[in-house]
Design a protein around this ligand. Structure first.
Ligand SMILES: [Zn+2]
Length: 134
C-alpha cells in the first residue's frame, strides 16, 4: 500500500511539473504573469526546503544522503542539480547583472524527458532493493 501511495505522490508531482512547463511554453502573457507570481515563490520555497535537508553537517557530509555505512560528501547530488539548474543554467544572475541589456538564451532543459534515473546507487536509497533477486 505504501508503494502505491508513493507512486501516486510521485505521479502527482511529475504531473504538476509537466503542467507548469506546459504553461510556461503555451500560456498567454497575462496568465504567465499570474502563474509566475503564484508558482515561483512555491518553487523557490520547495528548493529551499529540499536544500536545507541537504546542508552539510559539521564533517562536511550530507546528513540526508549519508548512511551509517556510507558517508556522502557535500555537495551531494541534490546541491549539484540545484547549482546546475539555478546557477549554471539559463538563470545565471551574475551574467545578467553585469550585462542587463544582454538577452541570454535559456539553456535550462525542458522538464519533459529529463526524469532522473529510476534507481539510485548511492545514499540511503541504495539500500532499498529495487527488485527482489533472491
Ligand atoms: Zn544530500
Amino acid at each position: 500500500m505504501d508503494q502505491i501511495l508513493g507512486q501516486v505522490l510521485r505521479d502527482a508531482v511529475w504531473e504538476r511539473l509537466d503542467m507548469l512547463a506546459d504553461l510556461a511554453s503555451r500560456a498567454d502573457t497575462d496568465s504567465l504573469v499570474s502563474v509566475a507570481r503564484s508558482e515561483l515563490p512555491r518553487l523557490t520555497e520547495g528548493w529551499r526546503a529540499m536544500l536545507s535537508a541537504h546542508e552539510p553537517d559539521e564533517r562536511g557530509d550530507c546528513p540526508t544522503c549519508s548512511t551509517r555505512w556510507h558517508r556522502c560528501k557535500a555537495p551531494c547530488s541534490v546541491w549539484q542539480v540545484a547549482h546546475e539548474h539555478l546557477v549554471a543554467g539559463g538563470l545565471a544572475p551574475q551574467q545578467d547583472l553585469r550585462h542587463p541589456w544582454r538577452r541570454t538564451r535559456s539553456t535550462v532543459p525542458s522538464a519533459r524527458g529529463t526524469k532522473p534515473a529510476q534507481s539510485e546507487t548511492t545514499g540511503r536509497h541504495a539500500l532499498i532493493p529495487q527488485v527482489a533477486t533472491h
